[in-house]
Design a binder for this molecule. Structure first.
Ligand code: DOR
Length: 437
């Protein structure tokens, strides 16, 4: 079965390709990228126009699919459906499931569950058994079974000595340790960013230094061990400065931030709505500004969602009692298009690089992040101009906890092909025709 994507703006950050071209998909492989491929060479032609982008499927290296353990929040199936609706064809799932992804059978469980979804799902395995911080997991074995990184995400690796050992060990395999940067003693019982609004709202605050002190520690451990640290969900300006300096020194540091830190601030917590509660918390305007600059100058490598589903019941508790986390797979691309492409802060190639090519490189995801002849046909078609209103009731995710509900966003994925299969399509926007053969 051959599909022809005809006439879109083809973007491949890895090669720098940015031109109006046709893309021919033969089975599960990209067979040709050329101008004027005849419609007769395909079984199906999808007519695009030059304003629509054809890009490598998006890659989110930080999601929580809650499988196994909490099928009321999300399952691999609903998480994957949310992913393709957001343009993602590859995701990395975090290990804070029940049981924790800290053993060979658990890594195999994730890879098995992935198979029926059609997308690529890779486990980030735990650094320590049960996320308890006491005993390191078998990093080499888990890696050989299919884990692509290691993290105790949801919690920090509190012991510097444990982090040192994990970095020394993971360095032998050139694989990153993903740092959930949080000092629990400074975090205390905080529920939102410590600042003007936490005082105003009478809620216990989480100081920025709870994050940056851990970023500083792990930069020093990366220097000492030569290991690779990938900082998860960076939220504060102090962390940004530390990461920028460490990168300038040539340390093996990479970092991600999330769309919610880029688009929102702690002022959003004023309605005491738990859909604005996550860890790290939404921070102040100066932090938001620093993160935007860091995205633009490359200090931040990757946009990740930290897609963290929780049930409506849990998220209808009082702000200070509700669990941390917001979903993001179905809004991430649109937030980035609205706040970075339409404001001319990022060009299309750089935006796609941060949401596909770069995360695939960092986690060595061989079959993701490229749109080139011979590659796996993971492709997203994006309409950057389409405005839509975020309605959580329409989400494919099982959960509804988005801080972007009711917002009008500009741009979205309109077609997602994974391994050559069409897994998501907004039918009204595409002209598809079957060719007589
Ligand atoms: O807000 C968060 N929620 N931050 C995390 O680090 C974990 C996540 C979750 O698992 O719910």
């Amino acid at each position: 079965m051959k599909k022809l994507l005809k006439g879109g703006r083809v973007l491949d950050p890895a090669s720098g390709l940015d031109a109006v071209m046709d893309v021919l998909i033969d089975g599960n492989v990209i067979a040709a990228i050329e101008t004027d491929i005849p419609g007769s060479s395909a079984d199906e032609v999808i007519e695009l126009h030059a304003g629509q982008w054809v890009a490598p499927g998006l890659v989110d290296v930080h999601v929580h699919f809650r499988d196994p353990g909490s099928p009321d929040k999300e399952t691999t199936e609903t998480g994957a459906a949310a992913a393709v609706a957001g343009g993602f064809t590859t995701v990395c799932v975090m290990p804070n499931t029940s049981p924790v992804i800290d053993s060979t059978p658990m890594v195999q469980y994730i890879l098995n569950a992935a198979q029926s979804t059609g997308i690529q799902i890779f486990p980030i395995a735990a650094v320590t058994r049960g996320l308890e911080g006491e005993e390191m997991t078998s990093i080499g074995t888990l890696l050989s079974q299919g884990a692509v990184g290691f993290s105790d995400d949801g919690r920090p690796v509190a012991s510097a000595n444990m982090m040192r050992k994990a970095l020394e060990y993971s360095n032998m395999f050139d694989v990153p340790i993903v740092c959930h940067a949080e000092d629990c003693t400074l975090f205390g019982n905080g529920v939102m960013h410590e600042g003007y609004y936490s005082t105003l709202l009478g809620l216990p605050g989480i100081p920025s230094v709870a994050e940056s002190v851990m970023v500083a520690r792990d930069i020093e451990l990366a220097r000492f061990t030569g290991g690779r640290v990938h900082f998860a969900h960076i939220s504060s300006k102090e962390s940004v400065s530390l990461i920028r300096k460490a990168k300038a020194e040539g340390l093996r540091i990479t970092a991600e931030t999330t769309p919610h830190y880029l688009a929102l601030t702690d002022a959003c917590c004023q309605a005491y709505d738990p859909d604005f509660k996550m860890n790290g918390p939404l921070r102040g305007e100066a932090d938001q500004k620093a993160l935007i600059e860091a995205v633009m100058d490359g200090t931040i490598d990757v946009i990740a969602t930290d897609h963290a589903p929780h049930t409506p019941d849990e998220k209808s508790m009082a702000f200070d009692c509700a669990p941390n986390g917001v979903i993001g797979l179905e809004t991430s691309l649109s937030i980035m298009l609205t706040h970075f492409y339409h404001t001319k802060k990022l060009n299309p190639l750089d935006l796609i690089a941060m949401m596909s090519t770069r995360p695939a490189e960092i986690f060595k995801l061989k079959h993701s992040g490229r749109l080139a002849v011979g590659e796996r046909a993971d492709v997203v078609v994006i309409d950057p101009e389409q405005s839509w209103v975020v309605d959580p009731a329409q989400f494919h995710s099982k959960s509804r906890n988005t801080p972007f509900k009711g917002q009008t966003l500009k741009g979205r994925a309109i077609l997602t092909l994974a391994n050559g299969q069409c897994l998501y399509q907004q039918s009204s926007l595409l002209k598809r025709s079957a060719m007589a053969v």
